[in-house]
Design a binder for this molecule. Structure first.
Ligand code: G1P
Length: 293
């Protein structure tokens, strides 16, 4: 019997330098995509996958993330008094999505270090890690990963095929096929040069870990960029116990870079029932107008 995954960890301590100036005085996780801050999509995904304990790894200036998922009684009363019951319900719902905890990373020593800070809260349990630069269309990838964990009792990382040139921005694995959408990780490297990449399967920001990842993180030395890399800990872990890769194709929006953020915003807006149809019309007109030039 595997122990159930009850906790999720969301690293959000980065300085967001790729998102300046928007991230100067607010966390990049709070930058909105359509009308929700980016991190809300991630927490909704966690909740939809049945996990209700979330630990956010934060740093200086990240208070607004906690406020966003906390009750806002004054605002709720104000909305109710003005007859805005739907809006009030939405504000309340945010505080009920999950139990949110937070802990500070202290020093920005890398993603692996950020995850290691979760040890005290997570304890000796399996847990999920979700990175906010990837927004998922729904919780299906995370659910499938939890299913793989339930079946094998081992860590699972999300993988997606990308062009080889893009491997320098991602962790990259050497896969051994198990099934159509499942591989064993026979090796993993952080941000390889394309000609050195072991495959074109890139690590996306979703992981389910057995607690042994913490011991691996303790042993990891600074790697790429002088940082404690989560990827390097996975490489140590897989030498001791099987690590699986769940390969998926669709439903991921990358918001890590400005152009990707714009793409994601347009796609997510188009998929929305409320603003989608009107926005689609606007885009069609825009494209037609641009063609005239
Ligand atoms: C991190 C990880 C990398 C992973 C990526 C997914 O990199 O280190 O292995 O592929 O997230 O988004 P970052 O984007 O933080 O540089």
């Amino acid at each position: 019997m595997t122990r159930p995954v009850r906790k999720a960890v969301i690293p959000a301590a980065g300085l967001g330098t790729r998102f300046l100036p928007a991230s100067k005085a607010q966390p990049k996780e709070m930058v909105p995509v359509v009308d929700k801050p980016a991190i809300q999509y991630v927490i909704e995904e966690v909740a939809a996958a049945g996990i209700d304990d979330v630990l956010i790894i934060t740093g200086r200036g990240k208070q607004s993330i906690e406020d966003h998922f906390d009750r806002a009684l004054e605002l709720e009363h104000h909305l109710e008094a003005g007859g805005k019951h739907d809006e009030a319900a939405e504000v309340r719902r945010l505080a009920q999505l999950a139990t949110i905890h937070s802990v500070r990373q202290g020093e920005p020593l890398g993603l692996g270090h950020a995850v290691s800070v979760a040890r005290q809260h997570v304890g000796d349990e399996p847990f999920a890690v979700l990175l906010g630069d990837d927004i998922m269309i729904d919780a299906s990838v995370l659910r499938a990963m939890l299913g793989v964990y339930e079946q094998y009792g081992r860590s699972v990382i999300a993988l997606k095929e990308l062009p080889r040139e893009e491997m320098r921005a991602y962790g990259c694995v050497r896969p051994e096929k198990v099934d159509d959408d499942l591989v064993r990780v026979a090796g993993i490297v952080e941000k390889p040069e394309p000609h050195e990449a072991p495959s074109n399967l890139a690590v996306m920001g979703r992981y389910v870990f057995t607690p042994e990842i913490f011991d691996a993180l303790d042993r990891v030395q600074p790697g790429k960029g002088g940082e404690i890399q989560l990827t390097d800990a996975i490489e140590l872990l897989r030498a001791e116990q099987t690590v699986y890769g769940y390969v998926f194709e669709h439903g991921r929006y990358d918001i890590g870079k400005k152009v990707d953020y714009l793409r994601a915003t347009v796609e997510i807006a188009l998929a929305r029932d409320d603003v989608g149809p009107e926005f689609r019309e606007f885009l069609v007109h825009l494209v037609q107008r641009e063609k005239l030039y």
